[in-house]
Write a protein of this length. Structure first.
Ligand code: NAD
Length: 466
């Protein structure tokens, strides 16, 4: 165990905890000022952040950085500032008759120091979106971003230090060793976004300190296509949802479940749509590269493994960028994939799309329900009775009907997984509540009815309870 590292992390936590304890209940103005600084930082460094992400990925479509990492953070901060006063207010809660004239209020109190561990795929958004909620709720924040986006993580550390005092919010960079030591700290709350495998370690580390933990994990998110769908619309929306950020999205549709007779026509439309979105692959500024050579090799191995087991591989383009120069991966549909192929076992996290045939919708539901509960589920169709059946008979962290990804952008709705795809939720007020203790306070009155419940007990006591 690296004691110097542990010492450094403990000191960072201690400084934040002391500062928190000196403040405890930051005012609306203090919290708003922190959110304003986060917003100003995002605006001031937007171009540099997009450039850093492009450097880290080898190539990151600039528009994807603008939309998914920068606009989202700005929208989240603005939403929090707009609603902050209301979120902070103590709630009046009903008081049962026999406790009147006492009163119930529910107070929302900051937890203290929050630790955030974030992944590489949306490196700015997934570090800052939980930070917005934690700051709005009045907490201090330590962030451990991913080592796989070193330029973005270093830039975040620098610009956060420029806009925030270290005891308000600080970024601590480093790899899995730092992540491990970081999650062993006795935080007041830990917020982890990343893989299910690492999520298990984080939950164990948090348990040792009884630190409450939110886990935003991954998994295989299915898209179920119904016979009642509009095939052109379905293909166009699936193609976009799958290939945004080259499929390196936690809520990307991982695989399709398609009525058997629609497999061929839908696959043809998907190929055409993907070709329309990206007329060529090598050097295409709109198409994001695979983040590291290791991730690229893994995706290529998934295709080889599926092909070896008899799957049909339909590549959208007849080109093969040189991986040493350009890590953009040609999208591929995988048909007739046997269930034991690795691509059907692991979260894909890239531009590969298995298409699985079904005859009756309940077969598709049985397929989904046989696996871990996914982070997202998509359904395409117009028959609302089938839609409602699918909604009721499956579990998922969140759903978009007749499109992909967009439930993630709803600040008024909770975002989070279920089962192996995570626990807890954030976004908007849901995030504010995640990082608050909702403390019930009972305000007793001078004329308390409960005085009748004290000894010496007599006949009145039992009449009162009857
Ligand atoms: P990862 O789990 O490998 O890493 C995430 C973070 O954990 C990194 O900062 C890493 O340094 C740190 N880490 C690694 N080992 C650790 C340990 N033992 N203890 C503590 N921290 C440790 O994930 P990744 O590859 O960066 O991201 C991809 C995964 O994240 C996918 O599974 C994806 O679905 C998931 N994801 C989920 C969401 C969501 O909102 N639910 C969003 C994005 C990504």
């Amino acid at each position: 165990m690296d004691t110097a590292l542990q010492e450094r992390l403990h000191l960072a936590l201690l400084a934040q905890r002391r500062a928190f304890e000196a403040e405890r209940m930051p005012s609306y103005e203090v919290r708003r000022d922190r959110l304003l600084r986060l917003l100003a930082m995002t605006r001031q460094y937007g171009d540099e952040l997009a450039a850093a992400m492009a450097q880290d990925f080898g190539h990151r479509a600039r528009q994807e950085s603008l939309l998914a990492d920068l606009f989202t953070v700005e929208a989240g901060a603005r939403h929090a500032m707009k609603h902050l006063r209301r979120w902070m207010k103590p709630r009046r809660v009903a008081t049962p008759l026999h406790f009147l004239p006492g009163r119930n209020v529910l107070m929302r109190q900051p937890l203290g120091v929050v630790g955030i561990v974030s992944p590489w795929n949306y490196p700015y958004y997934l570090a800052m979106e939980p930070a917005i909620a934690a700051l709005a709720a009045g907490n201090r924040v330590l962030i451990k971003p991913s080592e796989l986006t070193p330029a973005t993580s270093e830039l975040m550390a620098r610009i956060v230090a420029e806009h925030f005092r270290a005891e308000e919010m600080q970024v601590i960079t480093g790899g899995a060793d730092v992540g491990k030591a970081f999650t062993e700290l006795p935080f007041d709350h830990l917020f982890f976004t990343g893989s299910t495998a690492v999520g298990r370690h984080v939950a164990q580390a948090a348990a040792r300190n009884l630190t409450p933990v939110t886990l935003e994990l991954g998994g295989k998110s299915p898209a179920i296509v119904d016979r009642s769908c509009d095939m052109d619309l379905t293909a166009s929306r699936l193609a976009f949802g799958k290939l945004f950020n080259a499929g390196q999205t936690c809520v990307a549709p991982d695989y399709l479940l398609v009525p058997r007779e629609l497999v061929e026509p839908l696959s043809q439309r998907l190929m055409a749509e993907m070709g329309r979105l990206y007329p060529h692959i090598a050097g295409n500024a709109d198409y994001t590269a695979i983040a590291t050579p290791r991730h690229l090799a893994r995706l290529q191995a998934l295709v080889d493994d599926a092909a070896r087991r008899g799957a049909r591989v339909l590549r959208t383009h007849d080109e093969q960028p040189d991986p040493a120069q350009d890590r953009r991966l040609v999208p591929a549909l995988l048909l007739d994939v046997p269930p034991d192929a690795t691509v059907m076992q692991e979260e894909i996290f890239g531009p590969l799309l298995p298409v699985v045939a079904y005859d009756q919708v309940d077969e598709a539901l049985a397929h989904v329900n046989a696996g871990d509960r996914p982070l997202a589920l998509y359904w395409f169709g117009s028959d609302t009775s089938v839609r409602d059946h699918v909604m009721q008979q499956t579990h998922a962290g969140g759903v978009t009907v007749n499109d992909c990804l967009w439930h993630l952008g709803q600040e008024e709705q909770p975002f989070g997984g279920v089962g192996a795809s995570g626990m807890g939720a954030y976004h908007g007020e849901w995030g504010f509540r995640t990082f608050s203790k909702e403390k019930p306070v009972f305000l007793q009155s001078r004329l308390a009815g409960t005085a009748l419940l004290r000894p010496p007990y007599g006949a009145t006591f039992e009449r009162l309870l009857a």
